[in-house]
Design a protein around this ligand. Sequence first.
Ligand code: NCD
Ligand code: ZN
Ligand code: ZN
Ligand code: ZN
Length: 386
Amino acid sequence: ETIDLNGNLILPGFLDMHVHLRQPGFEAKETIETGTAAAARGGFTTVACMPNTRPVLDSPELIRYVYEKTAQEGSCTVLPYGAITKGELGEELTDIAGLKAAGVIGITDDGVGVQSSSLMREAMRTAAALDLPVVIHSEDEDLAKDGCMNEGVVSKRLGLPGIPGLAESAMIARDILLAEDTGAHLHVCHISDAASVELVRHAKSRGLKVTTEVTPHHLLLTEAIIDQTDASDANMKVNPPIRTEKDRLACLQGLLDGTIDMVATDHAPHTEEEKQRPFQTAPFGFVGLEIAFPLLYTELVQTGHLPLHELVKKFTVNPAQVFKLDRGSLTVGKVADLTVVDLDTERTITGEELKTKGRNTPFMGKTVQGWSVLTINQGRITYQGK
Ligand code: NCD
Ligand code: ZN
Ligand code: ZN
Ligand code: ZN
């Protein structure tokens, strides 16, 4: 069979090192089947999934479950993270060596925040000895309290409890010091705050093993989206919150100067019922797998803010290098992981086209270009579209 690529661009399959696939336990939000189908449509051939499922991915058996389910129903490679702590309490360390033996690619507290410094230090010591990255959500829950959006002029005007940028940066500062103390590789999730970017830049300049990722929404949006809609739409609620223009520009600068290694979506599907709740009580999170590359291609490359090859690196070779994965480039003689991107055709983001179960994105209705038309994972066609 021959496939006419019709002048489109062949790229290495994308990697997304931060997605929530929700299985086991939250199948109404997403499953491994629907989440990886969304990944394939977005041009991704590898995703790393977070352990805040029910039960939490805190044992070798549950890691094996993710691999088995993916083998049966998956449309891309799924690499699970193991939880740093057992269950949802953030109090007792998991069997990190056992998790590694079962195939985790790192340990994380994303969705199950670890606040204790001594516990995090112990986790980093163990992870460093096992050569496993420690992937941190970075939120001081005492500072974040019950905030539902960025703390600042908009939260004040709307009378809503805010999450200060300090809840993120203070935790990152602590964890950089712990990483230096223990020799662990620290990977900072979904960086969103100007002071946080500066902390990572400084840590890198001192030669520490610190890496980070940024989401499309923190690169493209500001809290103005909540201001304009008077917080009437929880599809604009995410954690960390969408912040200020200063923070957004700091993230963009970090992406440009190499402080920020990669783009990750933090794909976090929720049901429509959950997102119809009032802003203060609805869950945090956006879906992102299917629209990440087109959004950034349209908003950053087409506008001249970022060269195309730099954007591609943030989706391919960079995440592969940071997580020491033998992926992210097109190599003659190897089984193909690739995506074919049509840079020209514009399409509007609508709910009907999405393969994810989630409809929770602030980008709904936006018209963008740079959509994948063919994705191949390990030599198998996993998505073919227009
Ligand atoms: C994530 C989720 O829903 O699991 N939500 C979010 O807003 N990012 C949790 C997380 O990534 O911290
Ligand atoms: Zn998180
Ligand atoms: Zn800030
Ligand atoms: Zn997350």
